[in-house]
Design a binder for this molecule. Sequence first.
Ligand code: PAF
Length: 287
Amino acid sequence: MSSDPSRDPAVARDLPALRETLNAFRAAGESVALVPTMGALHDGHLALVREARRRGKRVAVSIFVNPTQFAPHEDFDSYPRTWDSDLAKLAAEKVDLIWNPGVKTMYPDGFASRIVTEGPAVADLEDRFRPHFFGGVATVVGKLFIQCRPDVAVFGEKDYQQLRVVTRMARDLDLGVDVVGLATVRENDGLAMSSRNVYLTPAQRAVAPVLHRTMQDTATRLRAGEDVAAVVAAGGTRITEAGFALDYFEARHAETLQPVTSLQDGPVRLLVAARIGATRLIDNIGV
Ligand code: PAF
């Protein structure tokens, strides 16, 4: 592994290659900041990479579309895989290492161990609609932390419940990783950047910003002292009337994700998940 920053990132596809590169960083006394991803990188991911650059001497990005966090009816097979463009973007960001294991490397034959999460993972939000999801995320992120031994790991706030689950897991299991959440990167009209936005038809894309607008207006009304239950219910109605099938629109405690009835129970986070056509979008903001 060269320390020449103009070089393309090193790409590791098996554990010996990963360890060799990481050991070289460690031997030079260099800290490592990890950005876990499933590829299909957009500007939101690149913001995470830049934050990692600020926080670590070396930046590692994992690209692994994790089968265990998809249910059989979900989009694992069709999930966008854009290796060439991902590599070009990470090279432009001068990322040091890309960890790109195959499924058999991550889940060897006979794989039989999982990380089970509680607390924010059972908050009746994403877990209600994707019961398999946090088991898969916690297990793969736990493995990524053990494999890469990063000092810092940077996650987007867009997957807010995931951020809370991973933060809790790293603390509970003494993984020695400082988990950092970064504010959601948005399109000009407020839509949260997501690899799944490519699924939206032009008509659906035009409607999609209503999620962010509704959260903003709801937050404004809550700050003005209106009743939490009433304002959140009105927000849900607005989202449904715009053409979404609403999974949830909720005001929760920003750390525990437990329900709140007043801003005094806060800090408060608004979280939404809704489907338009075949695409499911999630988003959240602080109040
Ligand atoms: O947020 C994601 O892209 C994934 O859930 C993660 C954290 C990379 C785990 O597969």
